[in-house]
Design a protein around this ligand. Structure first.
Ligand SMILES: NC(=O)C1=CN([C@@H]2O[C@H](COP(=O)(O)OP(=O)(O)OC[C@H]3O[C@@H](n4cnc5c(N)ncnc54)[C@H](OP(=O)(O)O)[C@@H]3O)[C@@H](O)[C@H]2O)[C@@H](O)CC1
Ligand SMILES: Nc1ncnc2c1ncn2[C@@H]1O[C@H](COP(=O)(O)OP(=O)(O)O)[C@@H](O)[C@H]1O
Ligand SMILES: [K+]
Length: 524
């Protein structure tokens, strides 16, 4: 499914009206009906139920009034609080306001927090939030903030129109304060702010309605943000040998960094990869060797600090010639000579590579080396590593995740995986995939190392490089979700995520459609 910006949504609206003659009145009717449907689904019968609706000054308020009229028509009691003078309503919103007035639906101006408003809210079964939608243009203050506070303090079921009021539709950021909804129905396409955190969490259960736009209305290459749907795996070759499922070289580890090489190299096997080679400082081998017997070790000369020595370069290049994919950097340390080695390997390895962890720090000294690469490259930074790569502050990255990831991917011709809740995967042609699997239990040491192994495994299973990165991110999050389901989010470790990789891959093979649907946005 495509995800739009606020501006793109406006253009789609305009196109629907101008090209197909789907007037704004119809769009508003459809929008209100979509949320009405969600309410029915949540509450069952609405006859005799009490609703309080907060209607803002724009079309979001118009939607809330239109919805109120539907609730009224079907036997519910509705009271509307108008956030601003109804003189402001235009077009469909104005028409619906006037209908509601004629029908005699109770409407009052909201003049700020007072006992009467709180009492209505207290007596209601549910709240409709139509204060602000995608037209939010500044931080929420004054009586708008007061209304949001009343809603959030009410402990009632809250249904948000399009997007919880106060959430920025382009970034998902809270603009001062925002409604915490139980359900949100968004219209046309989901907006980026519905899908990125924290907006996604504020939406509660998220639904999308296409409000009768024809599907071709969305066929626009400029709308290039997508939900990261899983990619079907082709059946395993029955007569396959370990070489049939990929041969991966992990250049990873240093003295005191045993976890990263272990988790990345072993996760490759756990997710379905065939042959896992770990090239690491020689004194690391005895520590991991006993636990990771499935891994093939290439002990390398080391520095005084027990990191991989620069002199290992030719040997690594030689091994790299015979593998399918190379992973550079998990736990290779910040030793200056080792960093130099990794930096040069990035430029010289003629295979697809994934750069993670300390490899990203090595790269950040000279990002232009990426432009010399003739083979596919993926980078998997968390926001801290992204900050090192771009020189931007972490806040700047968090506030513009999509644009920062996209610009880097385009400029350096790489696939950039910006990790975190709902990881963004940016492609060199500007497409972005937002990943929906995973949970906060995965914010645990070593979890990122499991990811690199999983991506490499997908390549081993025969997906192309771009698909492997997308599917690796999906499977890694799914394994984390399975671990959370079984053990609870609090205690998940990288080992748990790794241990659930076989089940995650199996689930995707056996129940592909179910898994895909579970992580898609529900359509109403
Ligand atoms: N296909 C679709 O998606 C369809 C979308 N539809 C609906 O349209 C909605 C978008 O409508 P919209 O453009 O009228 O904007 P909306 O969010 O109602 O607010 C604008 C008003 O709020 C004001 N305002 C802004 N910030 C403020 C603040 N912090 N504090 C206080 N006030 C603030 C702003 O004032 P101004 O900035 O002009 O001073 C202006 O008056 C969309 O979310 C969906 O519900 C459906 O009807 C049908 C199809
Ligand atoms: N709240 C969250 N929801 C979903 N996934 C998360 C969340 N927090 C972290 N993750 C995932 O967990 C992994 C953490 O990786 P990283 O930050 O590199 O940790 P480490 O360096 O400790 O391995 C990433 O894949 C990231 O997307
Ligand atoms: K809203």
């Amino acid at each position: 499914m495509r995800i739009s910006t606020v501006e793109q949504m406006r253009a789609l609206d305009k196109r629907a009206i101008e090209v197909y003659g789907i007037e704004d009145k119809l769009l508003m009717e459809n929008a209100a009906h979509a949320l009405y449907f969600v309410i029915l689904k949540a509450l069952g019968n609405i006859k005799g139920r009490k609703f309080v609706a907060f209607a803002g000054p724009g079309n979001n308020g118009g939607d809330a009034i239109t919805l109120s009229r539907k609730l009224h028509s079907n036997g519910a009691y509705v009271k509307i609080y108008l956030m601003s003078s109804p003189e402001k309503y235009k077009g469909a919103a104005k028409m619906n306001y006037e209908i509601a007035k004629r029908i005699g639906i109770q409407m009052e101006n909201f003049d700020g927090d007072n006992a009467l408003v709180r009492m209505s809210v207290e007596n209601a079964d549910a709240i409709i939030d139509g204060i602000l939608g995608t037209g939010i243009s500044r931080n929420v203050e004054g009586k708008y903030a007061e209304a949001i506070k009343i809603i959030n303090e009410s402990a009632k079921l809250v249904f948000s129109v399009d997007i919880p009021s106060g959430i920025n539709g382009n970034t998902g950021k809270v603009m001062g304060t925002a409604v915490r909804a139980d359900y949100t129905a968004t219209f046309g396409l989901p907006k980026i702010g519905n899908v990125l955190y924290p907006g996604f969490e504020y939406c509660g259960e998220l639904y999308v309605s296409h409000i009768s736009f024809p599907p071709e209305n969305y066929e626009d290459d400029n709308i290039n943000v997508f939900i990261n749907e899983p990619i079907p795996l082709s059946p395993r070759k029955k007569d396959g040998h370990k070489g049939s499922f990929g041969d991966a070289l992990f250049v990873a580890g240093a003295g005191n960094y045993y976890g990263a090489p272990y988790f990345s190299a072993l996760s490759f096997l756990k997710a379905g990869g065939g042959y896992s080679r770990l090239a690491t400082a020689k004194s690391v081998v005895p520590f991991i060797g006993t636990q990771g017997r499935e891994i093939v070790f290439h002990p390398l000369p080391e520095t005084d600090a027990k990191s991989i020595s620069y002199t290992a370069k030719e040997e690594i290049l030689k091994i790299a010639k015979n593998v399918d994919i190379v992973i550079l950097g998990p736990g290779t340390s910040l030793h200056e000579r080792t960093q130099k080695l990794i930096e040069e390997l990035i430029g010289e390895i003629e295979k697809p590579i994934i750069i993670d962890g300390d490899g990203l720090t090595a790269l950040s000294h000279n990002t232009s080396i990426l432009k010399e690469r003739k083979y596919p490259t993926a980078l998997t930074p968390h926001p801290g590593e992204m900050s090192r790569l771009t020189g931007k502050s972490i806040n700047e990255i968090l506030n513009n995740r999509i644009e920062v990831a996209r610009n880097f991917a385009i400029e350096y011709n790489v696939i950039l995986v910006l990790k975190g809740a709902h990881t963004q995967i940016a492609m060199p042609d500007g497409r972005i995939y937002i990943n929906m699997t995973g949970n906060s239990g995965m914010a645990t040491a070593g979890s990122g190392d499991v990811l690199t192994g999983t991506i490499a495994a997908m390549y081993g299973l025969g997906l192309d490089f771009e698909e492997s990165v997308r599917m690796g991110v999906f499977v890694h999050g799914l394994a984390g979700d399975l671990a959370a389901q079984r053990k609870g989010e609090d205690g998940i470790t990288a080992r748990d995520i790794m241990e659930f990789l076989p089940e995650a891959t199996k689930l995707l093979r056996d129940e592909y459609e179910n898994v895909k649907d579970r992580y898609d946005i529900n359509v109403v």
